[in-house]
Design a protein around this ligand. Structure first.
Ligand SMILES: [Zn+2]
Length: 150
């Protein structure tokens, strides 16, 4: 009887001590994820829109004039989103880190190459390594097109 009561006390103390630690670490994890995802998600959405415009143009759904104006608009938005991501990484709004314009061009080029060889995920826009059969980010099956001998 006394033994059982002792165990209950030990359990109660353990819960009281561990609970704030568990809750605290989870809360800080969630906050970090939220901060990461907002600017990062915006950037990803912009790049996906760029990729879609590229795809529509290649499929002949967009004529070249429409494609160029749409692309310029989306590229400006993607650049702004990238600046937000960089500012976030740099730690605060006071550190103004502007990514070089070629950083965006490199991302577009990578998305374009991924679209061509089928490694860019159709669901989330993640660029996967060549030869990937499934998206490393969301697990979506990748539709590999073109030559399979690469
Ligand atoms: Zn994906």
């Amino acid at each position: 009887m006394l033994f059982a009561a002792g165990i209950l006390v030990i359990l109660a103390v353990a819960v009281l001590v561990l609970e704030p630690i568990v809750r605290g670490s989870r809360a800080s994890l969630e906050r970090t994820n939220d901060e990461m995802s907002e600017a990062e998600a915006t950037r990803r959405v912009r790049l996906l829109a760029l990729r879609d415009a590229e795809y529509d143009y290649q499929m002949g759904k967009l004529d070249e004039a429409d494609y160029r104006s749409l692309r310029a608009e989306l590229a400006a938005e993607a650049l702004a989103a990238m600046e937000a991501v960089e500012a976030e990484k740099g730690g605060g709004p006071n550190s103004r880190v502007s990514p070089a314009p070629d950083a965006l061009e490199a991302e577009i080029a990578a998305a374009r190459a991924g679209l061509r060889d089928g490694t860019t995920c159709g669901a989330c826009g993640h660029g996967n390594p060549a030869g990937s059969r499934f998206c490393a980010s969301c697990g979506q099956a990748l539709h590999l097109s073109g030559s399979t001998s690469a």
